[in-house]
Design a protein around this ligand. Structure first.
Ligand SMILES: [Zn+2]
Ligand SMILES: [Zn+2]
Length: 290
């Protein structure tokens, strides 16, 4: 399995010279079977613009899987050039929360907020509600479980094929279920099920442990929680994701250094960087290249 980090930023894009190494585009991870073009997008933040390059200008044929409908996970949709294309074939799934999926998405993408609505994207687009459970999507096995976050139903996903497995928990507020064994947040069953034994856990790391007391009810968590979850679930590797929009490259480096010291060698820790590709699973573990 190959992952392409197209956008790793949380909340809102972060352009500028202080955000070059980890990137400023918001959440979007393109997933491909080994040696193939990406057929699954995890979220469609502004990073979805980058998929065009991965496809060498060809139209996208596959699945867009949204974790939830916040702007930083959907604002790339109308600028997803490989998907807004006459030859595109896209099935978009979002967590079922009552009502028609396209109409729900259109509440944030239609006049007067935006010139067109989702159904007006070019190519063949279909919009689906997704329930919790195990699904076959884009040639992958996808396990969907609801995870706590603020404002709208949010799913975490576990994605696997014959070569590897990942878990994707972008935007996660485990503290809303209780402090857990160490005050970092509850290690609840859904998170543990998704992350158990994966080759790579992609998990948000929005706040530092020092910031958290002032921001504990913003719907996010800390890198410390991500490390604790990865260790307890036996994840081989952890990619810190959904970097706070104010976090400079040097500050992400510091978050990463702390996370590595907490992991103590049990879990390989990286900070997800826009423009990098990770080869997941197989012999020799995960490998990253720019
Ligand atoms: Zn977000
Ligand atoms: Zn969110």
């Amino acid at each position: 399995m190959q992952l392409h980090f197209c956008g790793t930023r949380g909340s809102t894009p972060a352009p500028g010279p202080d955000f070059v190494r980890y990137g400023g585009h918001t959440s979007c991870v393109a997933v491909a079977h080994d040696g193939r073009a990406p057929s699954l997008l995890l979220d469609a933040g502004t990073g979805a613009r980058q998929v065009w390059r991965l496809l060498d200008g060809r139209a996208f044929d596959g699945v867009v899987l949204l974790s939830h409908l916040h702007w930083d996970h959907t604002h790339g949709l109308p600028f997803f050039r490989a998907g807004d294309h006459p030859a595109a074939r896209v099935d978009l799934y979002l967590p079922a929360q009552g009502g028609d999926a396209e109409a729900l998405l259109a509440r944030g993408m239609s006049p007067p907020s935006f010139p067109i609505r989702p159904s007006q994207l070019r190519g063949r687009w279909r919009f689906h509600n997704l329930d919790e459970g195990t699904h076959a999507l884009g040639g992958f096995e996808v396990v969907a479980r609801e995870i706590p976050h603020k404002g709208g139903r949010t799913f975490g996903y576990r994605v696997s094929d014959s070569s590897g497995s990942i878990a994707y928990l972008s935007d996660h507020h485990p503290m809303s279920l209780g402090p857990g064994p160490d005050g970092l947040g509850d290690r609840h069953a859904a998170a543990r099920t998704l992350a158990h034994g994966v080759d790579l856990l992609i998990h948000e790391a929005q706040y530092t442990i020092e910031e958290y007391p002032q921001r504990a009810d913003f719907g996010h968590t800390t890198a410390d929680y991500a490390v604790a979850l990865a260790r307890e679930c036996g994840a081989a590797a952890l990619a810190l994701f959904h970097h706070d929009p104010a976090r400079t490259d040097d500050e992400v480096d510091a978050v990463l250094a702390r996370a590595r010291s907490l992991a103590g060698g049990d879990t390989e820790v990286t900070a997800a960087a826009e423009g990098t590709t990770v080869l997941v699973g197989g012999r020799g573990g995960n490998r990253t290249r720019s």
